[in-house]
Design a protein around this ligand. Sequence first.
Ligand code: SF4
Length: 256
Amino acid sequence: MSFVPPGTGWPDDPATPATSVATTPAEVAELAATSPDITELTARQSVCRACPRLVAWREEVADTKRKAYQNETYWGRPIAGWGDDDPKVLIVGLAPAANGGNRTGRIFTGDRSGDWLFASLHRTGLAAQPTSVHAGDGQRLLGTRMVAAVRCAPPANKPTPGERDNCFPWLLKELQFVRPRVIVALGGFAWQAIWPALRAAGHDLPTPRPAFGHGVEVPLGPLTLIGCYHPSQQNTFTGRVTEPMLDAIFTRAASF
Ligand code: SF4
């Protein structure tokens, strides 16, 4: 089996064998719209199979595994939203990493970007621990939630526009359930992905759309959108993103 079957004891697995599985984009829309609460929504997200290319990739990576993780069981399923169910801060990324979240079963967990992110969240009071290694490691987000706009690891870290659209109903419904005070978009792709969800959720959006930038803030009535450079290895190696830069964003987000 190249993925963890739902309800078989993986820490924090939101699903059970009875959780409804979406196998087409139409079923994603239906199952997202009819989710009664955030618990069922994340359960349904975590077993979705609506994008054939991404399902094949996430399971192939889970099967073959990176050499350093040969002895580990990979999650191999979509990475559902995770954290506080009633958060003040919602952090939005684009998609999980094939050997990161797709391995550990938790968003931003198990890769270098996540190391930077969780360390900053801990320094700024939004995470209980400075590291995030694996689902079930005791890490908790404090008044904060994380979600990927596309929930399955894509080849070359690049989902297609169609795959992003397929996953959109999960994002929209989650946004409608959790109603954050602040959204932090990690990277330009996440910035682009969140705008249609904000529009569909009923927010009045400025036109033209403000350009993405680190520290750019867009007030949207009861909600503020903040841009943050992605703590990718390329950005952290080159100094485009530093620890103080990340801390400034999350200190600001926590201040609302
Ligand atoms: S990317 Fe989203 S819609 Fe596509 S299979 Fe994964 S969870 Fe389902």
